[in-house]
Design a protein around this ligand. Structure first.
Ligand code: SF4
Length: 266
């Protein structure tokens, strides 16, 4: 059986789709976003994360390993433990990362098994995968939480390392196919918290045959900073800055005026 690399399974999540969910975080991501707050999710191999445990005022060194090899059935058996919560809350299981389509065969295996047991499936994706893969994901995924970061191609390359061409064409494919898509927009101060990018985003979405109706604005937070330190990596965004409520509200209003339902936060 195909195995894949999982770095976390988080139960009782309420930010990764409707209802109570379990979110499975898979390792590996083809992007290199400067604001990434899951640095332990990006490489395709297990990583040691040094840490410490404080007990009765004394510090003890401890090490975590980010990344466990599991097969799809093991993942399914683990997440089915909370089936009752999915059924009573309208929830289900979300694959996240990293980027779940990066381990496409493994992710598709998990999603197919979950679909066969009647579980509502979602993936939180950056959308950067082969079109052929996306067709397969469309078959076994009920909801796409689809990250859009920057509309200008050169800015996208500058801040994530890749073009957004594939991401936008996969989004068009999913919406044309009638799939349920919610847009997730990480709001990064100084990078995409501007009127111009939002205007391009709403124009693009409204040009689609079936525009997504809901957009989630996800304000940048610096919670990843300690992970960079523990991994011994340089944090590309060392400044501890946030985004004001006023700015978020004005971004939200701009999108609502175009007819989108907007939620601040996941
Ligand atoms: S797509 Fe997500 S996981 Fe990948 S580098 Fe960007 S923020 Fe990090």
């Amino acid at each position: 059986m195909i195995k894949g690399l999982v770095f976390d399974i988080r139960r009782f999540s309420v930010h990764d789709g409707p209802g109570i969910r379990t979110t499975v975080f898979l390792k590996g991501c083809p992007l290199d976003c400067s604001w990434c707050h899951n640095p332990e999710g990006r490489s395709t191999s297990p990583e040691k994360i040094p840490g410490k445990l404080v007990f009765e005022g004394k510090e003890y060194a401890r090490e975590e390993i980010a990344g466990t090899m599991m097969d799809a059935e093991e993942v399914v058996q683990e997440v089915l433990k909370d089936r009752i919560f999915y059924e009573t809350s309208g929830g289900g299981v979300t694959l996240s990362g990293g980027e779940p389509t990066f381990q496409a065969v493994f992710s598709l295996d998990i999603l197919s098994r979950l679909k066969r047991t009647g579980i509502f499936t979602a993936i939180d994706t950056c959308g950067y995968t082969d079109h052929e893969n996306m067709i397969k994901f469309a078959d076994v995924t009920d909801l796409f939480l689809y990250d859009i970061k920057l509309m200008d191609e050169q800015a996208h390359i500058r801040h994530t390392g890749i073009s957004n061409g594939t991401i936008l064409s996969n989004l068009k494919f999913l919406t044309d196919s009638g799939k349920h898509v919610m847009i997730r927009y990480p709001v990064i101060p100084g990078i995409n918290d501007n009127v111009g990018n939002l205007t391009s985003l709403s124009s693009f979405l409204l040009s689609l045959k079936n525009p997504p109706q809901e957009i989630h604005l996800l304000p940048y937070h610096a919670l990843g900073a300690s992970k960079y330190a523990r991994l011994g990596r340089k944090n590309p965004m060392p400044e501890q800055f946030g985004i004001s409520q006023e700015k978020l509200m004005s971004m939200s209003e701009q999108l609502q005026q175009k007819g989108f339902k907007v939620r601040v936060g996941g």
